[in-house]
Ligand binder design. Structure first.
Ligand SMILES: [Zn+2]
Length: 342
């Protein structure tokens, strides 16, 4: 059982699919199966604008992508819907070889539709727990604020985050477009998140300039989501590399949305060569009709990376994760000897 799409390219027995993996940049809403979206739309009598649910997932820009993202969010109405979303994401993640994942959810898209926070949270908590029990994929969550709504709604979400289970909620992130947003406004969000013991990450340097990365680094960001344009600012790149601030890179996502012209034009290899602590991620697997195993195969083929290099890229994700050192050591032991894995 896996994504509904027939587009997965990494065979079920390919070494890169079977490699136990860590993923740090994947959105739970961006993991919604098309068939599930169609079934929930029918159940709740919501018009999604396409006859074939697979047609939801076609776009050529971040703006078109975000419109589809909104459509998918619109069918999520009850705790059971969010439960199913998280559970199926764990099942699909397991098929991609993912053993541990730090996964985004984006409450802003749901709150603005009148869905109470507790509806999504209760569903996600249950789905994550059941998914781990059934498929062995451990998931922890990052609450993403909606950047275009700016600081006020972000701080309100941080207030909600303050009371959530820290075994499950480990960080605050920020997604959606960067265009026209002065990211310096989010410095108080970073500071307060750190005050209450949460890690921080933000989507920057994706459809916006390297300057946005700079502003979040100045605010003390713990991890940079995308950071595709980092090397355009050599001084900033030197700092990010010296401090080993991790990047969660999503090359196929960037190619699909026109952030780069093609995978071969993506700076993943150049950033890695420069010494960045860079990780490989799927971003929104069902939306791009692939999974993390496919992404590992594509990047290996595009940049002629051998298997040991892909193992090292996966190991960078352990380093860049927000697990404590003892959990990282356990994961490394499991990964180097899969017989030890659960
Ligand atoms: Zn993302």
């Amino acid at each position: 059982m896996t994504l509904d799409s027939a587009s997965l390219t990494a065979a079920s027995d390919s070494p890169l699919r079977l490699m136990p993996k860590v993923e740090l940049h994947c959105h739970v809403e961006g993991s919604a199966r098309a068939q599930t979206v169609a079934e929930l739309a029918a159940h709740h009598q919501i018009e999604i604008g396409v006859d074939d649910p697979a047609d939801l997932y076609h776009y050529e820009s971040l703006a078109e992508f975000l419109a589809a993202f909104g459509t998918v969010c619109s069918v999520l109405q009850t705790p059971q819907d969010f439960h199913r979303l998280a559970y199926e994401a764990a099942e699909d993640g397991a098929y991609a070889g993912i053993k541990y994942r730090e996964m985004f959810f984006s409450p802003g898209f749901h709150l603005e539709r009148g869905i109470p926070f507790d509806v999504m949270w209760q569903g996600l908590v249950a789905g994550v727990a059941e998914g781990e029990a059934d498929f062995g994929t451990r998931t922890r969550l990052i609450l993403d604020v909606d950047k275009p709504k700016l600081l006020g709604p972000a701080m309100a979400l941080l207030e909600i985050a303050r009371g959530l289970d820290r075994d499950l909620l480990i960080g605050i992130g920020g997604d959606s477009t960067e265009r026209g947003i002065d990211h310096r406004v989010f410095a108080p969000l970073m500071a307060e998140a750190h005050n209450i013991g949460l890690k921080t990450c933000f989507h920057v340097g994706e459809d916006g300039p390297a300057e946005n990365i700079r502003h979040m680094v100045d605010a003390g960001i713990d991890r940079i989501d995308h950071g595709t344009r980092l090397l355009e600012d050599p001084e900033l790149a030197r700092q990010v590399i010296d401090e080993q601030i991790p990047l969660t890179s999503c090359p196929s996502s960037n190619a699909a949305l026109g952030i780069v012209d093609s995978l071969a034009d993506h700076p993943f290899a150049a950033q890695r060569e420069a010494g960045a602590l860079i990780t490989l991620n799927s971003d929104d697997p069902t939306f791009f009709q692939f999974d993390l195993a496919d992404e590992y195969e594509r990047i290996a083929a595009t940049f002629d990376f051998d298997h040991d290099t892909m193992v090292a890229i996966n190991d960078a994700a352990i380093t860049a994760s927000w697990l404590d050192d003892s959990d990282k050591a356990v994961l490394r032991a499991e990964f180097s000897n899969p017989d030890l894995a659960r």
